[in-house]
Ligand binder design. Sequence first.
Ligand code: FE2
Ligand code: FE2
Length: 322
Amino acid sequence: MYNRKEFKGDFSITSSDNPLADKLADDMRECMNSHRCTPPMLPGAALEVMQLARTPEPDFKAIASSLEKDPLLAARVLRTANTALFASGGRIDSIRHALVRLGVGTVRNLVLQEAMNLRVFRSRIYRQEAEGVRVHCFATALAARSVAEYTPLSPEYMYMVGLLHDVGLVLGLGALEVLAGPKEITPFPSAVYWPALIATHEEANGLMCTRWNMPPELTLLLSQHHHVMLGGQPHPGLAVLALAEVFADLRGFGVTRRGSRPMKQTGRRPDERPQQVIEEALTALDLSELQFDAARQRVDAVFLEAFGQRPGDPGTASSAGA
Ligand SMILES: [Fe+2]
Ligand SMILES: [Fe+2]
């Protein structure tokens, strides 16, 4: 059952109460807004598919042709399309077939996910952290798709929002690498760089979205995704995302791991959602506590399918830092 005691926590996104982290965050902002730090780019074929999928009547032939220009990406999309998480029934053997069977929204998400896995969730020094962000974004996308089924929102749109919602952390890792210089190990303690990453990542999301030519509504949402309110009004997309992150976190797929060193030092985890945000989200979506519990069980079943993790195993995610 819904238990308020599970969801306590402080919540500060712009300031860390740590002067060293605040100084590092300022240096990262300066770096990310300069030519010294280049946001990772999606492959050209993925950017084309994202644009084509956005049109009111997407052209399947054009989408398939764009994607087939990148055989590695196309092959990875097909491989994932044939997993139980995305399709059931007979084998999907071409991108055109995937578009017909799964729909444009699902294929766009598969392209985005595989493109980000190939090119974006990477770091020279912070490999473990980049992998943690990848798993966290995937888990949040899965959870957001399930939670959206209890709302009028498109589950596929919310999956895309979940995939993208913390991509700014990767730009932050890139800024940390630039600040580290040629060193092969991080010169910053994790208790300093994690709060700095969290403090800067919404702004970094905005920079990434602009670079990837994302629509303005999505850019705005991702730039303020740690709140349920947008422009003074509750935003249903942000509310779904907030609940999705809570469910991911409860199963050990938070962006920072429960009990990890920086959290022991600061007494809290910087990406934690407090109870107030959850209750705002439930109100914004007009969801009852029973629906909250049902959504949570559905998300657990999806995690079991995706990660082989049994519900009731919090904190056992195999990927570090997630
Ligand atoms: Fe997150
Ligand atoms: Fe975030």
